[in-house]
Design a protein around this ligand. Structure first.
Ligand SMILES: *Cc1c(COP(=O)(O)O)cnc(C)c1O
Length: 367
């Protein structure tokens, strides 16, 4: 193979902004306590696994997925409280839905806006899809800066506003009056990303048909099914019909659909796991906040953002945890507002205890 000929051809073919990117590093997780990706730490019980095995056996893998998803839509609507009369669109994870929303709405150069820091994929998807990403900084205490949001909306006239509620990676939940003000000011579509809704109070689902420019996006990734890749978008049927036009026709595979339908018949299992994580969040937050030099931010998600402002700093704590085979996500260098910040998923009680013991050790012996 002539590597230099390939490199030359890539240099004049692949977009410059794509060539400049570095691929996202995924940590080696074998044998580690994994608290870095907001996954549910509890595996599905054997009864559900057996039911999945039986459905998988019946799946018609020689056929394309059925184009009529009415049965699955009815089951998802019932399981997740989608209001009657709202339309539904399914994505291969909500990551795909983010692309579909931008592709359906944005001409090249149009603005996609979000408070920042927030979910990095809003920014990446906007740029991949030739839109302009407008990041509106949070306040220094990581709250929504509503005047700055309204000014940026007025100035940039965004086609799409993404609001992660609760927000990732900060955990904050923007208030109802704040969101109503944004809905009223936004000239285009407002997408409320409720990836963490199962761990929070409240939802914007009931407002879907009362607002002219609101859609709500959810995922099953954080409630025990990150491996399945399934997200859903709910909204006025007229909005959903437009966005559905850019969806790849067979984006949800036969196996995922079959497995999802089976798991939804045992949704009480998912609900119990989410309730458990939610109950374990406050004690973990209190224990983290009691460590020297650690500030904890209020979280409505299945994770906690903690700022390490003493010595060792966030980078050093991240590394020391990794040495002890505990993975958390380091945001120290991601944004100036997140200096020293680590994002930690709520794990099982044993995992949380191991994390706290390690942190106690790290913060006492290395300071
Ligand atoms: C994790 C996350 C998602 C991604 O969901 P997938 O369905 O796994 O693609 C979307 N939005 C936010 C805010 C998230 O944190």
């Amino acid at each position: 193979m002539n590597d230099s000929a390939v490199a030359a051809r890539i240099a004049r073919t692949v977009r410059a902004d794509i060539r400049a990117l570095t691929a996202y590093p995924v940590a080696q997780a074998a044998g580690c306590i994994k608290l870095d990706a907001m996954e549910c730490p509890y595996p599905l019980p054997d009864t559900v696994r057996d039911a999945i095995a039986a459905t998988a056996r019946e799946a018609e893998l020689n056929r394309y997925p059925a184009s009529d998803q009415q049965a699955l839509k009815a089951e998802v609507a019932a399981a997740f409280g989608v209001p009657a009369g709202a339309g539904l669109l399914f994505g291969n994870g909500s990551d795909e839905l983010i692309h579909l929303l931008i592709q359906a709405c944005c001409e090249p150069g149009d603005t996609v806006l979000s408070p920042w820091p927030s979910f990095v994929y809003f920014d990446m998807a906007a740029r991949f899809d030739h839109a302009r990403f407008e990041a509106v900084p949070l306040t220094s205490d990581l709250e929504l800066d509503l005047p700055a949001m309204l000014a940026a909306i007025e100035r940039t006239q965004p086609k799409v506003v993404f609001l992660a509620v609760p927000n990732n990676p900060t955990g904050g939940t923007w208030t109802e009056p704040q969101i109503r003000a944004i809905l009223a000011a936004a000239p285009g579509l407002v997408v409320i990303d409720e990836a963490y809704q199962p761990f929070a109070d409240g939802t914007w689902m009931p407002e879907l048909l009362a607002q002219p420019n609101l859609v709500v996006m959810r995922t099953v990734s954080k409630i025990g099914l990150a491996g399945l890749r399934f997200g859903y978008l709910a909204g006025h049927p007229a909005w959903i019909a437009e966005i559905d036009k850019v969806r790849p026709p067979y984006n949800l595979d036969v196996l995922s659909q079959a497995v999802l339908r089976t798991v939804l018949r045992h949704k009480d299992v998912l609900d119990a796991q989410a309730a458990r994580l939610r109950a374990d969040r406050a004690p973990l937050a209190r224990a983290l906040a009691a460590l020297p030099g650690v500030q904890v931010y209020p979280s409505g998600g299945n994770f906690i953002l903690a700022r390490f402002s003493g010595q060792p700093d966030g980078n050093a704590v991240h590394l020391a945890l990794k040495t002890r085979k505990i993975l958390v996500r380091n945001f120290s260098a991601a944004h100036p507002l997140l200096a020293g910040c680590l994002r930690i998923s709520v794990g099982t009680p044993d995992e949380n205890a191991a994390l706290l013991a390690a942190l106690q050790d790290i913060l006492s012996s290395e300071s």
